[in-house]
Ligand binder design. Sequence first.
Ligand SMILES: CC(=O)N[C@H]1[C@@H](OP(=O)(O)OP(=O)(O)OC[C@H]2O[C@@H](n3ccc(=O)[nH]c3=O)[C@H](O)[C@@H]2O)O[C@H](CO)[C@@H](O)[C@@H]1O
Ligand SMILES: C=C(OP(=O)(O)O)C(=O)O
Length: 434
Amino acid sequence: MASFVIEGGTKLNGEITPQGAKNEALQILCAVLITSEPVTLHKVPDIRDVNKLIELLGAMGVEVQFLGVESYRFCAKNVNIDYLETEEFRTKASSLRGSVMILGPLLARFGKAKISKPGGDKIGRRRLDTHFIGFQKLGARFLYEAETGMYHIDASQLKGTYMLLEEASVTGTANILMAAVMAKGKTTIYNAACEPYLQQLCAMLNRMGAKITGVGSNLLHIEGVDSLGGTEHTMLPDMIEIGSFIGMAAMTQSEITIKDCRIDQLGLIPDTFRKMGVQMEFRGDDIFVPGQDHYEIETFIDGSIMTISDAIWPGLTPDLLSIILVMATQAKGTVLVHQKMFESRLFFVDKLIDMGAQIILCDPHRATIIGLNRQQKLKGIRMTSPDIRAGQALLIAALSAEGTSVIDNVEQIDRGYQHIDQRLNALGAKIQRQ
Ligand SMILES: CC(=O)N[C@H]1[C@@H](OP(=O)(O)OP(=O)(O)OC[C@H]2O[C@@H](n3ccc(=O)[nH]c3=O)[C@H](O)[C@@H]2O)O[C@H](CO)[C@@H](O)[C@@H]1O
Ligand SMILES: C=C(OP(=O)(O)O)C(=O)O
């Protein structure tokens, strides 16, 4: 397990370009399985989860060609479906969350698929019911094998249907959508998730010959086609990384320009940071965050304490709440962070409390943060990164803290942030990987 040793208290300065979006890349990489023709992808982030998925695709028989600078060509002409029976497949697939989305494309193309319980962040129960109920509605049979922990699905012919999802699951919608594009007849998915990740997936599938309408809404109509062809696709900049950099700039009093942000795709993210008192300027498609001595959390119009909570898109993504929480510790004012979706994502606040932050964990979903308004700096300590976003939040805390901090288990951060130590050191941070 690797660690970061961080010398805190340094202001950062300069320009940083966000990586390609992790959660989009995981969907798009799975989608290469749906065609026997080549698919070229750009802005593929060099992060652990993505690299593991690329390795899994390669082991399944997909030809993988690295074209240099974040670009790859994939060709799934000869997929070895028997590989799914191996112990190696089970281990590799269960090491990340995104691998669950190989099910939809495999089902569409080969009529069967299986997966072990997927990995990903340990942030509470993460059920897959939406995925499997969706496949069943399309006519697939589903079997869970308790002894091996494997989920099996098969269908000789998927048939289009109407379905109302119980939850607007992000990976669930992607999976069902990829199965439905080659089902016979029309499928309607209501209460579909509609994050930019999914809009990008729909656009890519349509370029490959799929017939999806309603893109960007929670009502998708899919007219099944017989087969899909190759295409070229570029990932959006990672909106979670962009938000993380905004929070980091505020917390460390740094002047940072975040380049090429696709601001039109960021939804409520910039306004949420503005509510936290962060100043920013849009300069073309760049976000300029000035060095700020202080930032003050707004109250609601009636003067009551601000709440920042997650919601399905176009609401605020849950993946930024840990970042917002950490920056609140040095703000002026008080905020209630309400993490509605995941039940174990706020427990990392005990580390921030050890560093000197004023936080009350009200229950597993809610934390009240009383900002210190920089009257007292956080103090460097040794801590462990429990999940990607908490890990990045702790890194931001350490960068702003007095003294040296050590973060263990930084593989969690590497799952989602590309070469983060090197990129932040280029801005003047003092992070050593050990
Ligand atoms: C690889 C990937 O893309 N991971 C993302 C994906 O995970 P993932 O697709 O696994 O998450 P889901 O959208 O399925 O659900 C997330 C959580 O929210 C709950 N839920 C979801 C929808 C809903 O209407 N009500 C509700 O309570 C679920 O029960 C679950 O606990 O979406 C999550 C929610 O944006 C993000 O945090 C993850 O980073
Ligand atoms: C929760 C996350 O990822 P995953 O779904 O891959 O665990 C995340 O990206 O914040």
